[in-house]
Design a protein around this ligand. Structure first.
Ligand code: M6R
Length: 615
């Protein structure tokens, strides 16, 4: 969590750092800060609140000039969000200035030692401890900043992406990474530093993503020097050419990123299967899997590990893999899996799903699976992310940057990739005839236009949202493929509108939640025409007889549910296994509109962050 940005070069650093922080605000937004070197001194400003608050404060309090700057947007771990705990932090001498994303776990013992040596601390943060440890090493060992950073980092336990500079040597920024992402943009004798490439994409397409336990000394007029933190070995920069463009990371006329990303889903799903789904030839091509097909085909089982929305996509995939490819699947919360001594064998295939590719629990689950000999396949959106690099093979979702904290297009594109994978395996196992396979691929190709159709219900959904915006509790029900969609619908509502919501398999309602139903309880029911339709209709009857309000997602042309429900939202007809790609759309829009009507911060809901890089 937290976003870091830095610049050193010939341009004014302030606008670059501020704009970069705004783009990274999805990573954390409880406080923000900036430090600029103007050629003579450091001007530092920080505040509790958003980057917008920082801008106002900085304008009135500090000089905004200088060609070197670092900035930070925070999601608090150590120390409450306030001005003092915000980054950047100075060392005691005032010479070193640092920004940090991550957690230094052994900061308390280091702090005690530093206090004994006369250091004082203003904040409650682990970061202020780190910058003073670097200073202590630098002075004691009489070494340059880069070496001091390296020695200090060998003493700390935890995770970090840091950028630090010394005001006495302002042609240089030192950066290092372990567990938190760090990208370096390379321009013409100018360098950008950021948690992801979005802050510098309009300046350069060339970037280096630091590997874990790597650090870099970025000096004007010199080549970047990369080295391993542990053993001092020289590392060679792998300069990537980025494909991202500026339009992808701006709102493009929408009020919120979340709404933009909901509307991007037809394009995103198409991009996910583009070049992979060849319906006419009856082929699914996935470069990441071809040489590892045996692993999947001989697997005892597939274990899916993920968190949050990605975990819900994993649950949908469980139905898809078992039904289409007849491979047993277990779906695990990464956070539980990593700590419960799971039984993993060399015959297991682990699929790790993550939009950001940085989720700490998912990363730890991958490492555990690898240690136990499992083959690990990643499904990530962010290219070059830690999970993409840590897994043996994988498939990107190609959804494009997802900035809204509430995941939307990540979910549907993850399901799309996993469906392609299941189809490929099913074909290899000869579980489909050629014509069935062709029919399936052709139907999958219609999904983007069917999502467009589902989006047309937006005006109706806005009206329904207005009716239920003041609810305090909601229930979401679905069965089979759409049970995970019910969970996802409830999560979307909770996280952005702060209304309590529960997702349940529809048949489980009578084992408890039915007690909650009265005239004040809205129940969102997914009741598409295939897969247990009659049974869901019975569940709807049970809700109706207890006076619950029913909002149903139905297939176009539905008659039965329409007679019972208070509101119906139609989606186009498709194969049962593909319905989650459509039923989730109205639920995303509903939570979006309810959150807007409740004046909630849709893109940056309270207490959350986009990438959860702490446990
Ligand atoms: O980046 P990841 O997919 O690994 O993130 C997992 C969860 O943190 C994420 O899905 C979270 O639950 C979202 N806020 C849901 O909208």
């Amino acid at each position: 969590m937290c976003g870091i940005v830095g610049y050193i070069g010939h341009r004014d650093a302030y606008p670059i750092v501020i704009k970069g922080l705004q783009r990274l605000e999805y990573r954390g937004y409880d406080s923000a800060g900036i430090a600029l070197y103007d050629g003579a001194s450091v001007n530092l400003c920080k505040t509790k609140g958003k980057v917008e608050d920082l801008k106002k404060k900085a304008k009135s309090e500090i000089s905004l000039s200088g060609n070197l700057g670092i900035g930070h947007t925070r999601w608090a771990t150590h120390g409450v969000p306030n001005d003092v705990n915000s980054h950047p932090h100075y060392s005691n001498s005032g010479d070193l200035v640092i920004i940090h994303n991550g957690i230094i776990e052994n900061y308390e013992s280091i702090k005690k030692e530093l206090i004994k040596r006369g250091y004082t601390f203003e904040s409650d943060t682990d970061t202020e401890v780190l910058v003073n440890l670097i200073e202590e090493v630098k002075l004691k060992e009489n070494v340059m900043l880069g070496q001091a950073v390296q020695i200090a980092l060998n003493e700390v336990v935890g995770a970090y992406a840091i950028a630090v500079f010394d005001k006495k040597k302002p042609d240089e920024i030192v950066v290092a990474k372990l567990g938190s992402p760090l990208a370096i943009g390379i321009g013409d004798n100018e360098f950008f530093i950021a948690s992801d490439a979005s802050p510098f994409i309009e300046f350069t397409n060339n970037a280096i993503y630091l590997e874990d336990e790597e650090m870099a000394i970025i000096r004007l007029g010199k080549e970047i020097k990369l080295r391993k933190i542990k053993n001092d070995a020289v590392a060679y920069p792998n300069i990537l050419e980025l494909q991202m463009n500026i339009e992808e990371i701006e709102k493009g006329g929408f009020d919120h990123f979340m709404l933009k990303e909901i509307y991007e889903q037809p394009r995103a799903i198409l991009d996910t299967y583009r070049g992979r789904l060849l319906a006419k030839q009856g082929i699914v091509k996935m470069a990441g899997i071809d040489q590892h097909l045996d692993k999947f085909l001989n697997a005892n089982r597939i274990i899916i590990v993920a968190c949050g929305t990605s975990w819900h996509a994993g649950l949908v995939a469980e139905y898809i893999f078992e039904n289409l490819a007849r491979i047993p699947v277990e779906v695990e919360y990464a956070s539980e899996f990593r700590y419960r001594n799971p039984i993993i064998t060399e015959n297991d295939v682990v699929i790790a799903i993550s939009q950001s590719g940085e989720t700490a629990d998912t990363l730890a689950a991958i490492k555990l699976a690898k240690e136990n000999g499992a083959f690990v396949f990643g499904v990530c959106n962010v290219v070059g992310s830690s999970i993409a690099r840590e897994t043996h093979a994988g498939a990107y979702t190609h959804a494009g940057p997802e900035i809204g904290v509430a995941s939307t297009k990540a979910f549907t594109t993850q399901i799309t990739v996993l469906t392609l994978l299941a189809l490929k395996l099913a074909k290899e196992k000869e579980l489909f005839t050629d014509s069935q396979f062709h029919e399936y691929l052709t139907e999958l190709e219609t999904i983007p236009s069917k999502v467009e159709k589902a989006l047309e219900s937006n005006p109706l959904i806005e009206i329904i949202a207005d009716v239920y915006k003041d609810s305090t509790n909601c229930l979401y029900l679905g069965r089979g493929y759409n049970f995970p969609v019910a969970l996802e619908g409830a999560l979307k509502l909770k996280e952005i509108s702060y209304i309590h919501a529960e997702g349940y398999p529809a048949a489980e309602m009578k084992h408890g939640p039915i007690a909650l139903i009265d005239e004040h309880m809205p129940v969102f029911v997914i009741a598409t025409n295939k897969g247990h339709y009659e049974k869901v209709v019975s569940n709807i009857q049970e809700i109706k007889s207890r006076k619950g309000k029913i909002i149903a997602i139905v297939t176009e042309g539905d008659v039965q549910v329409k007679e019972l429900a208070d509101h119906c939202i139609e989606i186009p007809e498709t194969f049962e296994s593909l319905t989650p790609l459509l039923t989730t759309i109205p639920l995303q829009l509903l939570s979006y509109h309810i959150a807007v009507m409740r004046n909630c911060n849709v893109d940056q809901p309270r207490n959350l962050a986009k990438s959860v890089t702490v446990e």
